[in-house]
Ligand binder design. Structure first.
Ligand code: SF4
Ligand code: SF4
Length: 365
């Protein structure tokens, strides 16, 4: 980590104009259909400046909702031409990401799409990885949670740098933004915005102020369960059919919002559009909450009820991700808690799994 200086309070969004003039695509919180969302912007005036967490994650700029993988065309002689689209992905800066999303996308999602994530995983996704190489994640530390946030419970925090190339934290009496760099991509970002940076201050003072700001923000978060206890509960196969899954998951209406908004959800499907003369293969987001997601070609449905499908989501976040990728499947962004239309709350599952595990241990003692 390198502390490189500060940006005066109120000038951080000038970065948008500065980078846009240099031909860099900037993605930042802005209003889309009346909602605060991550989307491309070209000027500071387009940015929503007072926000907690945009409704969408910025994963769609690395793993688009839909994209063409290849096209096919039958020649007159009956052979086929298969063409992949050009991979001319634009240099992109995600400005104003939050630490929960940076950890989710830069570490967890990257593990899924990266060949190096695990010895058991042999397939890398070049579309994700090449976009990742062209994307710089510049996060702004949170100064407050809402009632749905639980990043500190997941071992992260409002000023955690995991997955960020640059972390900017409002600190000190004037609220100036301390800029810390964590990667070569971050270094390149700093070079691009150097005219906006104030340097030469006492590094130890800035570090002290930045740590104090982080501590103060962390104090506003509540730790709601112990992820170790939740994992231990889920690791025991005897708990697979525990009644809590059915009791809490039955009201899920299978809308898929929680998966599409989640920064670590990564399931997709392929759709072939066309016929034997020509067509295209499209990769589209999918959701384990949709009944058709697991149906086999024979018609067999291994997860026939909605509560079983939700149990799968919970297992994915708190057990499978860790077992397979050795990383977090949930970073506590709270979107699925905040936006579920019928108030299915993943923290309720986690708290009750934790409580069950503690009770089981007490009964054994
Ligand atoms: S848990 Fe909520 S958001 Fe997720 S699929 Fe079910 S109803 Fe939709
Ligand atoms: S499971 Fe919910 S709280 Fe956890 S990262 Fe996904 S959307 Fe955020």
């Amino acid at each position: 980590m390198k502390l490189v200086g500060t940006i005066p309070a109120g000038r951080v969004w000038d970065v948008v104009d500065h980078l846009s003039r240099q031909g860099v695509r900037v993605v930042a919180p802005t209003l889309v259909d009346g909602l605060c969302q991550f989307a491309p912007v070209t000027g500071a005036h387009q940015v929503v400046k007072d926000y907690l967490l945009p409704q969408n994650t910025f994963k769609e700029f690395l793993f688009p909702k839909q994209e063409r993988v290849f096209t096919w065309l039958r020649r007159d002689d009956g052979s086929y031409v298969v063409t992949e689209p050009p991979r001319d992905f634009p240099e992109t800066v995600i400005l104003g990401g939050r630490p929960c999303d940076a950890a989710a996308i830069g570490v967890s999602l990257k593990s899924v799409f990266s060949a190096s994530a695990s010895d058991r995983w042999e397939h890398a996704d070049p579309l994700f990885l090449e976009r990742f190489e062209r994307t710089t994640v510049v996060c702004i530390s949170c100064d407050r949670p809402d009632l749905s946030c639980f990043c500190t419970t997941m071992g992260l925090g409002p000023d955690d740098p995991t997955g960020s190339d640059v972390l900017i934290t409002a600190s000190g009496p004037d609220g100036d933004l301390v800029v810390e760099v964590f990667s070569p991509k971050g270094e390149r970002f700093v070079e691009r915005i150097r005219p906006l940076l104030i340097t030469g201050q006492s590094e130890s003072l800035l570090r002290e102020q930045r740590l104090a700001a982080g501590q103060e923000a962390r104090g506003r978060f509540v730790r709601v369960f112990d992820i170790g206890q939740v994992k231990a509960f889920l690791d025991n196969p005897e708990n697979f059919d525990d009644e809590l899954f059915q009791r809490l998951g039955t009201k899920c209406v299978s809308c898929g919002v929680c998966t599409f908004e989640c920064p670590t959800c990564h399931c997709f499907d392929f759709k072939d559009l066309g016929d034997t003369t020509g067509g295209e293969r499209i990769k589209v987001w999918d959701s384990c909450q949709f009944p058709a997601f697991t149906v086999h070609a024979t018609g067999h449905q291994p997860r026939p009820t909605q509560w079983e499908r939700y149990r799968n989501r919970f297992l994915c976040k708190f057990k499978i991700y860790e077992d397979v990728f050795e990383t977090l499947g949930c970073t506590g962004c709270g979107r699925c808690v905040r936006d579920c239309p019928v108030h299915v709350d993943i923290t309720s599952y986690a708290m009750q799994s934790h409580a069950r595990q503690v009770t089981l241990l007490q009964l054994k003692a």
